[in-house]
Design a protein around this ligand. Structure first.
Ligand SMILES: Cc1ncc(COP(=O)(O)O)c(C=O)c1O
Length: 385
């Protein structure tokens, strides 16, 4: 193999997709309940996205951030409209980069606003914030800190619960960074009361709340951002995955405009291609939301999963998650890989999360018959376990 061995790749090559359907090089078809880990929010080969890419590529793909890019401004205004408050946006290429921007912003905020510099960021032990050195350091899960990559970026502390985070805020703390629904840590929505309390404590002390909505944002949980479901207004929100519907884009938006030229940047970040596609993605998902179809899909998908827990109670313990960011908790960790593999065999793509969760991140616009077909295959898989 000519590629680095950093992924445990399946021996499957996909060649074509259409909505939630996807075909491999051997001619086998699958229903995609994973959307490329929450990226293809409008499914595969979406016509509106294809049209945007085609049209944009015939005028401009890239000029660099030396110049003004109108589609970035449009995107940032749409984000504000959807959030309901004013933010300043930085566009980049991935979730980790969006979080890097958030970390740098927080450190600058901690430098310019206090007599003694504040720089520490508190996160949860079960968190995942990315694979760069700083975002790995922000990630609380021990398995992401092997000695081979040490030393890690200093300035991060992890705690088991939000309550512990609150108790451990000290003179060095500048921000708390959290995923409202932990994605890689097992599709775990955080308790609402704790989050509301945390948000109030931070506001009172002029410290920052950063919500990492890389996986749970952009209508994945039913609203534009999960923060809206929790009734909070974070100072910084990060996005990626579903925002581009398949093109690589990340965004860090903040209520504070404190960077000055040279503080941060990206060559590709927010170029014409990705921001024009993200504009299309947002307007299409908004239509889906306003027509009631998104909520319908959420209800239908959840109903199927509830049935799976009921019917296959020897395999599954419970359902977890919010909106279309969902998981089934297996009773014994050995079932996680077994279910995943049987599903591949039967032609339905599911994901794994944590040690015991079978994860579902279907396209937000998945069709009723695709859901039905996918769960038929899912049942076929479970019947053989
Ligand atoms: C919550 C969260 N933050 C950050 C990241 C990192 O995103 P990326 O892989 O685009 O760098 C992920 C990726 O899974 C994520 O789920």
């Amino acid at each position: 193999m000519s590629l680095m061995s950093n992924y445990a790749r399946e021996d499957i090559t996909f060649v074509k997709g259409d909505g939630a359907k996807i075909l491999d090089s051997k001619g086998k078809n699958y229903i995609d309940f994973g959307s490329g880990i929450g990226v293809c929010s409008l499914g595969h080969a979406n016509k509106k996205i294809a049209k945007t890419i085609s049209e944009q590529s015939r005028s401009l793909l890239h000029t660099s951030n030396i110049y003004t890019i109108k589609s970035q401004i449009t995107l940032s205004k749409s984000i504000d409209k959807l959030l309901g408050y004013k933010t300043y946006a930085f566009f980049c290429n991935s979730g980790a980069e969006a979080n890097e921007c958030a970390i740098k912003l927080a450190r600058k905020y901690g430098t310019i606003n206090f007599k003694e510099k504040k720089f520490e960021i508190l996160t949860l032990k079960n968190s995942f914030h990315g694979r760069t050195m700083a975002t790995l350091a922000a990630t609380g899960q021990d398995k992401f800190h092997p000695e081979i990559f040490a030393p890690y970026t200093p300035g991060f502390k992890f705690f088991d619960t939000i309550d512990e985070i609150i108790k451990n805020i000290d003179d060095k703390t500048v921000a708390v960074m959290i995923e409202l629904v932990q994605g890689e840590g097992g599709i775990k929505p955080l308790p609402k009361d704790d989050i509301v309390k945390l948000s109030k404590v931070l506001k009172k002390r002029n410290l920052l709340l950063i919500t990492d909505e890389v996986q749970c944002g952009v209508f994945r949980t039913g609203e534009f951002v999960t923060s809206q479901i929790y009734g909070i207004k974070p100072d910084i929100i990060t996005f990626a995955k579903g925002l581009g519907g398949g093109v690589p884009i990340g965004a860090c938006v903040s209520t504070k405009d404190i960077f000055t030229p040279g503080d941060h940047g990206s060559t590709f970040g927010g170029n014409f291609l990705v921001t024009s596609v993200a504009n299309t993605v947002l307007s299409e998902i908004l239509k889906l939301k306003e027509s009631g179809k998104l909520n319908k899909n959420i209800k239908t998908f959840n109903r199927y999963l509830d049935k799976m827990v009921e019917r296959y109670s020897e395999i599954f313990e419970s359902k977890t998650g919010l909106g279309l960011m969902l998981g089934l908790k297996v009773k014994d960790a050995k079932y996680q890989d077994l279910v995943y593999r049987k599903c591949l065999e039967k032609g339905v793509l599911v994901l794994k999360s944590g040690k015991d969760i079978v994860r579902f991140l279907p396209p937000l616009n998945i069709k009723k018959d695709e859901i039905k077909d996918g769960f038929k295959r899912f049942k076929d898989a479970l019947n053989e376990i």
